[in-house]
Design a protein around this ligand. Sequence first.
Ligand code: CP
Length: 316
Amino acid sequence: MKNFISVNDVSNVTDWVHQAIRVKQDPFAQQHIGRNKTLGLLFLNPSLRTRMSMQKAALNLGMHVMVMNLYHDGWMIEFEDGSVMNQNTQEHIREAAAVISQYCDIVGIRTFPTLEDREKDYADKVIRQFIAHASVPVISLESAILHPLQSFADAITIREHQKKDKPKVVLSWAPHPRALPQAVANSFVEWMAHMDVELVVTNPERFDLAPRFSDQATVVHNQQEAFEDADFIYAKNWSSYEEYGRKAHGLEHWIIDESKMSITNNAYFMHCLPVRRNVVVTDGVIEGPESLVIKQAKNREFAAQTVLINLLENEG
Ligand code: CP
């Protein structure tokens, strides 16, 4: 594995989930792997979990970590080749990625989509340009269209809690006052396709994910019907792919509440966080005994650590 930007970089999802569970049992057992190695984390957008779990994972392996809020602490980066840089951008990705590669053994980068230009966002240009010009492995800390570290942690969490061989996992669209990326949902579908689960995605009409993702699941536009017999409910908002970047209006009733959870097979509740309480999910559900949100966040550490181990071991 040279980089970690999607599930396609993982040789075998089941093996990786088992490896992460072993890492969790003894997180400091491989402290030697990262000795004298440096992880650089570049954030073009905000983060709590990704930032802290990556740092914790690296420290568990004996690595040094450097973190930059690129657009607050650094220069504005130009990603277009051949551009005349007489506007707001101050440094080209060609120099920036080459320079950063000299200081770091692995680099993570987080970048959100514009939600205005679908073609550009779905080309995932920022992270791909970074990879093209970096000489060290690159980890996606969430890109314009995918959030593989989150989905890996979700896969670990489901594996730890499933009560049957093939659980029914429902990814449910939920309301939100702002237009959000599709990355978490896209990635979740991609990773679940590699797990032994029955995956159902439920969302309002005109909020289907991009076909390359929605084609990997059963899509049901009736939320109540989707919830029947579910073993896991994963809530997430995303803006429209079809009417790109449009947020929903008048769909507040898609909130995950106790009455909907009562239709399920006593399902666990999942969300990647951060979450807007009483908009996406009621206090009662997120604080209920079946809520896994804090455990999911804990597993971000071991997902990150497993990715680092595989990248470092691959380095030879
Ligand atoms: N779930 C997640 O990626 O959280 P942060 O945005 O806080 O990193």
